[in-house]
Write a protein that binds this ligand. Structure first.
Ligand code: UDP
Ligand code: MG
Length: 317
């Protein structure tokens, strides 16, 4: 028994999931109990829930010392919750999973098989997302397409945070110093020997999604700006091309004026040009702002999350 692949840490972010906890706990533990020769711990991160989530999690930990509950001081977001879970995990492998049973716990057994066969990362790919809304599916398609065009770090399509990572990959992730953590991108960035398994995404077990369309938009922006500087650089080319067109147009006007005299009714073209360049400049300045804002936040070196308390086994109450 020298195989180091003996213990897995399951990491679960919880934000107002009180309706889903009971069912989640039952299906997850029954799946884990069926796997031979594996020890496990479940790290639940309460991401500033305002409902009964924390109390219910503490009750679970009281009866089972394989549960660890991390209570945040407020809502820090899913990425921060996953980071806290990775920091606290003691397992030889780590598996982040959503609390709403949209990531099927039955897949964990297959992940562990692939891991024992030598994979360092086993990622789960959603082949059926019919339970997600049309808007969410379509925006995800666009996001992956554009992101992977712009960035050298390719994020595999339809792969979420649900995956198994060996200790080596977790160690690498923990070395990354950035405070704004776009986990999907970071997972892809660290690399390692990766195996993919497919699954159909289920419906939410209870409650509603915690991500509004606007939150998803911001999440996508975070992805682009974390892994690519192409949106910054593209303005050099847009600027160069429009300069060429402007010079050509200027030459045309000069010749036109020389040949057929002054052309007074130039008001429309003038206004169009002014407005066009005004808006192009505003967009590019806004984009600069997105990056500078992130540099600003990053230089403050604030921790990605603050823990109020950790509950482990008997001291859960
Ligand atoms: N979540 C979190 N903090 C947040 C938002 C979400 O910890 O600020 C958790 C949530 O409790 C769930 C997981 O992240 O366990 C995925 O959230 P959700 O199911 O709402 O996302 P979706 O499946 O709709 O993408
Ligand atoms: Mg969900």
């Amino acid at each position: 028994m020298n195989d180091p692949r003996r213990m897995v840490s399951i990491i679960v972010p919880f934000f107002n999931e009180s309706g889903a906890i009971d069912l989640f706990h039952k299906s997850l533990t029954s799946c884990l109990n069926e796997i031979a020769n594996i020890k496990w711990e479940i790290i639940c991160v309460d991401d500033g829930s305002t409902d009964a989530t924390l109390d219910e999690l503490r009750a679970l930990a009281e009866n089972d010392d394989r549960y660890v509950i991390i209570e945040f001081s407020r809502n820090f977001g899913k990425e921060a919750a996953l980071t806290a879970g990775l920091d606290a995990a003691r397992g030889d492998a780590v598996i982040p999973i959503d609390a709403d049973l949209q990531d099927p716990p039955e897949l964990i057994a297959d992940m562990i098989i692939a891991w024992r066969q030598g994979a360092e990362v086993v990622q789960a790919r959603r082949i059926d997302r019919s339970h997600d809304t049309v808007l969410k599916r379509q925006s995800a398609v666009w996001f992956y397409r554009l992101h992977n065009k712009l960035s050298k770090t390719k994020i595999p399509e339809n792969v979420g945070d649900f995956r198994l990572m060996d200790r080596v990959a977790v160690h690498a992730l923990k070395q990354l110093p950035e405070r704004q953590r776009f986990m999907k991108g970071l997972f892809a960035w660290v690399g390692f020997k990766t195996v993919t398994i497919d699954y159909a995404r289920a419906e939410r077990a209870a409650g509603a999604t915690k991500f509004s369309p606007f939150a998803l938009w911001n999440f996508a922006l975070e992805g682009f700006t974390s892994f690519s500087t192409a949106p910054l650089k593209v303005w050099t080319y847009i600027g160069a091309i429009s300069t060429i067109f402007t010079l050509l147009y200027a030459a045309f006007i000069i010749f036109h004026t020389l040949i057929s005299g002054s052309d007074v009714p130039g008001y429309a073209s003038l206004l169009v040009a002014v407005l066009f360049f005004g808006s192009v400049q505003l967009i590019s300045v806004g984009l600069l702002g997105e990056y500078i804002g992130r540099i600003y936040i990053e230089t403050k070196q604030r921790p990605p999350y603050i823990i109020r308390k950790i509950y482990r086994g008997h001291d859960a109450t």
